[in-house]
Write a protein that binds this ligand. Sequence first.
Ligand code: IMP
Length: 501
Amino acid sequence: MATYINEPAHTFNEYLLIPGYSDTNCIPANVSLKTPLVKFKKGEKPAITLNIPMVSAIMQAVSGERLAVELARNGGVSFIYGSQTPEEEAAMVARVKAQKAGFVPSDSNLSPENTLADVLALKAKTGHSTVAITDDGTSGGKLVGIVSSRDYRVSRMDKSEKVKNFMTPLEKLITAKYGITLSEANDIIWDNKINSLPVLFEDGKLYGFVFRKDYDSHQENPNEMLDAQKRFIVGAGINSRDYEERVPKLVDAGADVLCIDSSEGFSEWQKITLNWIHEKYNGKVRVGAGNVVDRDGFLFLAKAGADFVKVGIGGGSICITRETKGIGRGQATALIEVCQARDEYYKETGIYVPVCSDGGIVYDHHITLALAMGADFVMLGRYFARFDESPTQKRTVGGTVVKEYWGEGSNRARNWGRYDLDGSKKLAFEEGVDSYVPYAGPLKENVEKTCAKIKATMCNCGAITIPELQKKAKLTLVSATSIVEGGAHDVIRKEKDGSDR
Ligand code: IMP
């Protein structure tokens, strides 16, 4: 007879945290969001520790090289998508590893049609005197010039003067091509006695700047995830079909950690893949596995040697797996069960296998809930797809600025490695949709705000580290009516900002 679980499986939205006692030490400045990315033995340190508990999803619309660099700069790790050829994926990883700290995305951007008044207002806001002038006024637009304090004299100029009339135009600027190393960039700065060097993609779009004053960008980005050679840490997705060809290329390219990307991880294929990697590399290449949604799935992968285990089936924002196949589980219930199994496994074996909650994070506070339920870090797709650095196009649809976001199980992604069960390299049916998400600006700003919220809630729960939160958290299920009570209600909202969740 089939096994029945008659308790409903719950989602993050059905839980709230109950504040605990917080002493005077519980202030956001004292909170550490450090968390293990890979397994470790009791008393030892994990080989890789994340500085913030966030990794980006193994998806075409999310984890390209630009996002990977920016997320590593801000404390997390990206997993470059595997739904491309092994050569293309390895080349992406290699390009991330070629970037060192010191390349800064432009945070002050205007268009040629803006005015001196706009320049002054922006300078007052950011404190930075170099403003990139791009065709669309964003950090990812085509560079057409630069305005620095040498380009204007406030006392002699009309504040309504257009930027295009006093900027230093592109043809007079010294620029570098994307792919240049930091030391080459620094040489150009010194040789030409300039203060900033714009770095451009092949098509003229702005990648970022290297600043003379920024030799030690680590001071601006204290959370940077760097390897021993000060290169950014980056992960890469693999599958259980072509791993013999793909893994060596990714390892040679410098990938720091791999992850088997599958919608269903409780399978012999994953065990075979893990065995092959561990044998070939003598346990030195770190590789996560998943996805599972229960204790049995977790124990299977932990015993098979997974370095971390991903939890989640059917909860992703673009996912229609539950509709098409009728498999999955409410993310909160799945996570709670898996984390209990992780703790028992740790007690028995002395090996701590981090758990990643993958998919279904809608609001920032869902991240805190996932951590409180025992997750060591979360994987996000929709969240990162909204930012400047994601690989997709920005568009205006019905008056709203959006970015494209599509599932790996959609026809658009053609990710047969993740979804094809019989090796036919075809998708028999779709498990994901093609969609838009509201554009939300630069990654750094958004991640900083999200982390500020996580830290504030942790303080309310009397915890200044993630392990402490996991131990002290008090969680309550909420009724359907109290969910309504939790939002603004019985008032007429003046404005609703869809980007700020
Ligand atoms: P999100 O953060 O809610 O957007 O979910 C992202 C997660 O959804 C990814 O990390 C994958 O685990 C999962 N996912 C990606 N593409 C698909 C798909 O096409 N169908 C089902 N799940 C998907």
